[in-house]
Ligand binder design. Sequence first.
Ligand SMILES: Cc1cc2nc3c(=O)[nH]c(=O)nc-3n(C[C@H](O)[C@H](O)[C@H](O)COP(=O)(O)O)c2cc1C
Length: 205
Amino acid sequence: MELQKVIEARRTLKVMSDENILIRDIKSDVQKILEMGGKAPFHYIHPNSASKELKSLAPWRFYVLDGVSCRKLADYYIKNDIDGGKIIQMLRAAQTLIQVTWTPEIDGTNSEKVALQNIEHVAATAAAIQNMLLTATDLGYENYWSSGGTLRDVQFKSLLGIPEEEQLLGSIFIFDADTSSCKTKKGALKGRQGSVDDYTKQVVL
Ligand SMILES: Cc1cc2nc3c(=O)[nH]c(=O)nc-3n(C[C@H](O)[C@H](O)[C@H](O)COP(=O)(O)O)c2cc1C
């Protein structure tokens, strides 16, 4: 699809099912989504990147659960009596879940420089997520960027092997295009960005 068409077609769609949806092998599409995520711009090398298991200089990290692991995670919520709300139903419907994290730089002096670097780590990681949403849309998947809800809890970091110092920026759900057997819900703020004039001012000097 042409880039502008993909940008316009991208939408939040929560896809929910009480029953486990059939798992399809979408490995090569997920690989493409991850690859495109990793093409985002970034500004600062995290000072700890060399000492970690994942060694990219970029600030983002992706933890990927395939359909089987999504179903197992849904079962984990039930077994442990965790109130996951819609997350459980989405894990029954998802073909993939990508937990996207970044790592804050800790600075004892609270310097402005480090605060700005952390903002830019988040900005770069958000750009990576948007690349992934657009790629998923282009490949024909419904998708949803969630803040994570209960998936933010420390027990899920430990369960999914995410280092404790990493911060979750998004839980990215990838769903099939055919949602006919599921409940769906669009983003609450869909189409509410306004028009160009609502967020732009020409600067004339
Ligand atoms: C950083 C970020 C976090 C989000 N987290 C949630 C969330 O936790 N729950 C939710 O319902 N929507 C979440 N959304 C989706 C937005 O609500 C959605 O993008 C908005 O309603 C606009 O709809 P659209 O994505 O279809 O354009 C999030 C979006 C962003 C950018």
